[in-house]
Design a protein around this ligand. Sequence first.
Ligand SMILES: Nc1ncnc2c1ncn2[C@@H]1O[C@H](COP(=O)(O)OP(=O)(O)OP(=O)(O)O)[C@@H](O)[C@H]1O
Ligand SMILES: [Mg+2]
Length: 312
Amino acid sequence: MAWSNSVLIHEGEVRHVIATGIDITELRAAEDALNALNAELEQRVATRTAELRNAVERLEAEIRERQRAEEQNARLTEDLRQQAAELRAANEELESFSYSVSHDLRAPLRSIDGFSQAVLEDYADKLDETGQDYLRRVRRASQRMGQLIDDILKLSRVTRAEMRRETVDLSALARAISEELQQTEPDRRVEWHIAEGITAEGDPTLLRVVLDNLLGNAWKFTAHQPSPRIEFGARQEGGICVYYVRDNGVGFDPAYADKLFQAFQRLHTADEFTGSGIGLATVRRIVRRHGGRVWAEGAVGKGATFSFTLGS
Ligand SMILES: Nc1ncnc2c1ncn2[C@@H]1O[C@H](COP(=O)(O)OP(=O)(O)OP(=O)(O)O)[C@@H](O)[C@H]1O
Ligand SMILES: [Mg+2]
């Protein structure tokens, strides 16, 4: 609202007073409202800015933390890589050491065996029975040592051999091995149960060595059993295929189940059952090279089961 005032004076007298004016109450109110709005806006901007600053600081702290973690990770990875390289080098050195030792041991051994034989053949008349017996023992011992060296070489070859991966028909392999075993002792009656259609992804030569050893052991350790039974099969366990060879032979003390896989460890004497104790060590190496594991279950007089996986 607005108004104005005017005064009309006639002959020295005030006749009229006209007042005009503007009511600025609304304007004030609008101004106040504007001021309040401005203040509120400023407050909001200030709050938002503070929030943003906080968020930026948090982000920066997070980035610093992440960088630190990444640096630590990189250091750890580098350490691990170095350790793995050192281990690999040490392992290779050991392997080539045992390989050359085994190789170099053969030559003197051949001499011991060869000359003992020569003495036995050419000087038999100069030796009495005891002397000849001693020499025969020297020969047997050197031949046994030759066998052990062959076994060590076999074991080290398993680690050194290049590995292929293809689909292998384990059922067919097991059948072939069972027939070969049967041919070594045609008179032995063994009940074979070989599941059909069992395949695996792996190296065919190395997997043959695994089955040779496991089925060979089953064959050997059921020799004194009146109705021997040998089974080869597979089952799924948590999405992984577990292959197994089971027999009802002499079995073993389960307390030593892990020891069996160490080289030259045997739970039975050479008089009872022949062997060097290298077969299961070879099996474990091959299975590990395939990314799997192998374990044994058994009890004295109750047979044995050897199970293995070949990685997931
Ligand atoms: N099926 C089995 N039943 C009972 N004991 C077993 C069986 N397989 C292995 N063992 C035990 O584990 C030991 C180690 O087995 P491994 O195959 O390594 O050696 P080995 O058969 O004695 O000799 P090699 O395999 O070198 O000819 C055996 O001597 C035996 O005591
Ligand atoms: Mg064996």
